[in-house]
Write a protein that binds this ligand. Structure first.
Ligand code: URP
Ligand code: ZN
Ligand code: ZN
Length: 469
């Protein structure tokens, strides 16, 4: 199937120009002015942006967590992603304690089988190196295209690992070319604060935020940075929320250490005011690290502008408010942690980042697509618009008015963190390897079109098949 996209404004991390894009055999084969080619499908993109399909490096689909399972499976989560212009994501396999990594991988592959709407890769979340996976098995994961290891420094009694496991995994990563990712909060300290709050009768959602203070995030971030430096492993700090965590990352980066950080869409827009909402509505905003005070919004915008933080993910970990979040009606520590976001990352960052002048359009593309692709071994197959890259493309209408509302979303959850927000600019056509996924309000492609993408080791490039010599 061939596709010709005519006259769009192509925006990559580096460039901004008007041209035609010709797609053959799932890749971009030609970019030029007024291309004289026939094609099976011609898309008029005049007045529109042509962006690379976005890459989300942080999602949790069909994941057991907090006494339940995230409500979006691979099909519904990826459908939501496609409508939001995301054509590739990297999801977390969680190694169940006592299980081998191979068993965990098989389980996650089975969940995706036949349901994939967009392309995906996997990170491996290491929870147990004693009874479960071995160091040798961990070392072999990059051969399967799983080139990042994730460790939780919080969620005591569930996913949290001790410093020994953290450091041993970092040592393996320094040998295998994997990137280490950390959820950086001090889980021991949080555990004490949670028990104290509950003993004092403080059970409302707001106490989720008050028992996970910024200092706990700052301390763990700094600890992870120092340990990764000692082990010689590259480090990526996920979902950074506050000054206390941004500062040690910025310092490490200024010193030339292999440290990167991401934040997530919600941390620019949600705050303590949301989690304090009455009638248990605050539970919608229970995710970890928690919402912070509004002063941190500017800290984060400055950080993504200055490259102290290099990516914006969604940490999509969706639960129903009615039926799942309500597990913690009488005890905030039982509210499943996580929120939805896959569908609206581009809407929100385009509106309040690019249109508001906080980041350029190029930087927006870099944060949402190019840097995630580069850091996670997907570039230049993914994350840019270039000859030889996968034809993952978003024709984006910068003038389309769009109101974000749970009533119209494709995620299965029953709320939206940005309910009622009006934006100007929305994806019009979304292509995955040249296949039209979304056109207007319609999902055109069927589940099964998406593929597993084995990722390159940290710092290495990944080329589309047709571009490999
Ligand atoms: O609350 C969150 N973020 N849930 C998903 C798991 C994680 O910590 O990333
Ligand atoms: Zn986390
Ligand atoms: Zn997460």
């Amino acid at each position: 199937m061939s596709v010709l996209i005519r006259g769009g404004r192509i925006i990559t991390a580096a460039d901004d120009y008007v041209a035609d894009v010709y797609v053959e055999d799932e890749t971009v084969s030609l970019i030029g002015e007024s291309l004289d080619m026939s094609a099976d499908k011609v898309i008029d993109a005049s007045g529109k942006y042509v962006l690379p399909g976005l890459v989300d490096p942080h999602t949790h689909l069909d994941m057991p967590f907090g006494g339940t399972v995230t409500i979006d499976d691979v099909e519904s989560g990826q459908t939501a992603a496609a409508f939001g212009g995301t054509t590739c994501h990297v999801d977390f396999i969680i190694q169940p304690q006592g299980s081998s990594f191979a068993d965990a991988l098989a389980e996650w592959r089975a969940k995706a089988n036949g349901k994939q709407v967009i392309d995906m890769g996997y990170h491996m979340a290491v929870t147990d190196l004693e009874e479960g996976g071995t160091l040798e098995e961990l070392a072999s994961l990059p051969d399967e295209g799983i080139t990042s290891y994730k460790l939780f420094m919080a969620y005591k009694g569930a996913l949290m690992v001790d410093d020994e496991t953290l450091f041993r995994t970092m040592e393996v990563a320094s040998q295998t070319g994997a990137l280490v990712m950390v959820h950086a909060e001090n889980g021991d300290v949080i555990d004490v604060l949670v028990r104290q709050a509950l003993e004092a009768g403080n059970t409302a959602p707001l106490y989720h935020a008050l028992t996970r203070p910024p200092e706990a995030e700052g301390e763990a971030t700094n600890r992870a940075i120092q340990l990764a430096h000692l082990a010689g492993a590259p480090l990526y700090v996920v979902h950074v929320t506050c000054r206390e965590a941004v500062e040690p990352i910025a310092r490490a980066r200024e010193a030339g250490w292999d440290v990167w950080g991401e934040t997530c869409t919600q941390y620019f827009f949600n705050s303590l005011d949301d989690i304090a909402k009455p009638d248990f509505e605050g539970a919608k905003y229970v995710y970890s690290p928690p919402v912070r005070d509004r002063a941190n919004w500017d800290v984060l915008w400055n950080a993504v502008r200055s490259d102290a933080l290099s990516a914006i993910s969604t940490d999509h970990c969706a639960f129903l408010w009615d039926g799942q979040k309500t597990l913690g009606k009488d005890d905030f520590s039982k509210i499943p942690n996580g929120g939805p976001g896959l569908e609206n990352r581009l809407h929100m960052i385009h509106e309040f980042g690019a249109r508001a002048g906080r980041v350029s359009l190029n930087r927006m593309v870099e944060l949402l697509a190019t840097n995630p692709a580069k850091l996670f071994g997907l570039y230049p197959k993914k994350g840019t618009v270039a000859v030889g890259s996968d034809a993952d493309l978003v024709v984006f209408d910068p003038d389309k008015k769009f109101t974000i509302t749970a009533a119209d979303q494709h995620s299965k959850t029953d709320y939206n963190l940005y309910e009622g927000t009006e934006v100007t600019g929305s994806p019009e056509v979304v292509l995955l390897r040249g296949n039209v996924l979304v056109e207007g309000d319609e999902l055109v492609a069927s589940p099964g079109v998406g593929q597993y993408v084995p990722r390159a080791r940290f710092g290495q490039e990944l080329r589309a098949k047709s571009a490999v010599a």
